[in-house]
Design a protein around this ligand. Structure first.
Ligand SMILES: Cc1ncc(COP(=O)(O)O)c(C=O)c1O
Length: 470
């Protein structure tokens, strides 16, 4: 067993060795392999609620939750039943189904800006489609993306989505342009205006120069790709005003935040009306799905005609997945009181305490459990005299080992965050029964399955992991 590791992972190692014979790096995405997990990935076999079990039978509280997809945890009984029934009836017809209608109706009920919705199979497909729609709608081809934001693996989005050493970043208002992938023609990025995020002045300057030629500005409402970076007060609202002034569409990428912060996502939580928004992850509660939502005036461009925006796909509106989406949204919406009042309450200070764990409402619980975890971790780091920031609120947060009081953007993250220390910390948590990715660019996820006991297990494990951490 490697030094410091308290759990037997023999079978995980055997599977990983075998995986490398057939799979590149032994996995299907580099973020799951040995690049991130220093002693090799933990091979997971089973999940129930907020817990997972690995190939050696070790049990963990799962705070990664499939990168946020598992909004109800693992194997929720309602979803298990839904899937079994749908499977027995026929998983997919690639034809019109009542299942897609029921999913779309629930979606529209929850997301305020969704006059219509188009389902895709992943978040990447959704952001890809949103850009095509924006270009068709405006007749412009350029778009603006922000440093450090990740919108999936479609070519034009793969600029400065990874972190880099601070000396490579270039000046703030003219950032160095660093492609994230080989194999993309550099000309693809001719249409991309790159901007720093969370900086109104820089944005105003850039839009003065490029605003009139932009089809869209795409942003995550909370920057989830460098951990959990919150928008400064009024930033999203100003972005909304400016995009409107310049005739560029605002695409809010809610693939991470959608159905997590409020029934209608961050657009509802922060009160921002996007032109288009994209969803994924929590929408499918563990099944692969994405969505583009917006007004009919834009989405109707996909209607069949000579000038249509093409969006095809054998698996679009996959019947089994649509059944899961409908059941998932019913679970999330269960007992929702007046939705508007709930959004106001979620924004209110009264939910940022730890005293609301017993609140019966799904979203109130998500926020309360997450806030309890954040408060508990902050207390551990204070007691252990660790310079650590626990940033975020409610259902999503990240830990940054840093001297700073806040991480506001990509550059702060690249300059001030000790990502290697974070990785060592999380490896220690893995040895103490907490499952999380050691990559600092991701974030801790609270699902409806997490409990006070899970929070306590995390806090205890974090406390022990701090002892001797270097
Ligand atoms: C903000 C954001 N947009 C889009 C995507 C792409 O979604 P998917 O991985 O489902 O293709 C991701 C994935 O992590 C994301 O974080």
């Amino acid at each position: 067993m490697p030094a410091g590791q308290t759990r037997n992972r023999t079978r995980s190692r055997q599977w990983f060795e075998r995986a490398q014979q057939s799979l590149v790096e032994g996995v299907n995405s580099p973020s799951r392999g040995a690049t991130v997990y220093s002693s090799g990935p933990i091979v997971l076999e089973r999940g129930q609620g907020s817990h997972v079990w690995d190939a050696d039978g070790n049990e963990y509280v799962d705070f990664m939750m499939s990168f946020g997809a598992l909004i109800h945890g693992h194997a929720h009984p309602v979803l298990v039943k839904t899937v079994s029934q749908a499977m027995a009836e026929g998983s997919h017809f690639a034809a019109a189904t009542s299942a897609e209608v029921e999913a779309a109706e629930r979606f529209r009920h929850m997301v305020p800006s969704a006059e219509a919705v188009r389902f895709t199979n992943t978040g990447s497909e959704a952001t890809m489609l949103a850009l095509r729609l924006a270009r068709a709608h405006t007749g412009r081809s350029k778009f603006l993306k922000f440093e450090g934001h990740y919108h999936g693996w479609y070519d034009p989005y793969l600029l400065n989505a990874h972190s880099h050493p601070p000396d490579q970043l270039g000046p703030l208002e003219n950032p160095a342009r660093i492609p994230d992938s080989d194999g993309i023609p550099l000309s693809t990025f001719d249409d991309v205006v790159l901007a720093p995020w969370n900086d109104v002045t820089a944005l105003e300057h850039l839009l003065k120069r490029h605003g009139h030629e932009l089809a869209a500005v795409i942003t995550e409402p909370i920057m989830a790709n460098m951990g959990c970076i919150l928008p400064r007060d009024g930033y999203l609202q100003r972005l909304r005003e400016l995009t409107r002034d310049y005739g560029a569409l605002l695409i809010l990428d809610e693939v991470v935040t959608g159905f997590r912060y409020a029934p209608g996502g961050c657009q509802e939580y922060y009160g921002v009306q996007p032109d288009l928004s994209t969803f994924g992850k929590a929408l499918g509660a563990g099944f692969p799905v994405g969505a583009v939502a917006g007004p009919r005036s834009i989405l109707d461009r996909m209607r069949w005609n000579e000038n249509m925006v093409l969006h095809y796909g054998t698996f679009n509106g996959h019947r089994l997945t649509m059944k899961v989406v409908a059941a998932n949204l019913d679970l999330l919406g269960l007992n929702l009181p007046g939705k508007d009042q709930l959004s106001k309450d979620l924004r209110g200070k009264d939910l940022h305490g730890t005293d609301k764990l017993s609140a019966e409402n799904t979203y109130r619980n998500l926020h309360a459990v997450g806030n309890a975890a954040i408060a508990g971790l902050r207390e551990v780091f204070r007691r252990r005299q660790r310079k650590a920031l626990v940033q975020g609120f409610g259902p999503m947060f990240q830990i940054y080992f840093t001297e700073r009081d806040a991480i506001h953007d990509y550059r702060d993250y690249c300059k001030y965050v000790d990502t290697k220390l974070y990785s060592r910390f999380v490896h220690r948590l893995l040895d103490r029964g907490v499952y999380m990715t050691p990559s600092n660019g991701l974030h801790w996820i609270i699902s409806t399955a997490h409990t006070e006991a899970d929070v306590q297990a995390l806090v205890d494990a974090a406390d022990r992991a701090c002892s001797g951490l270097s």
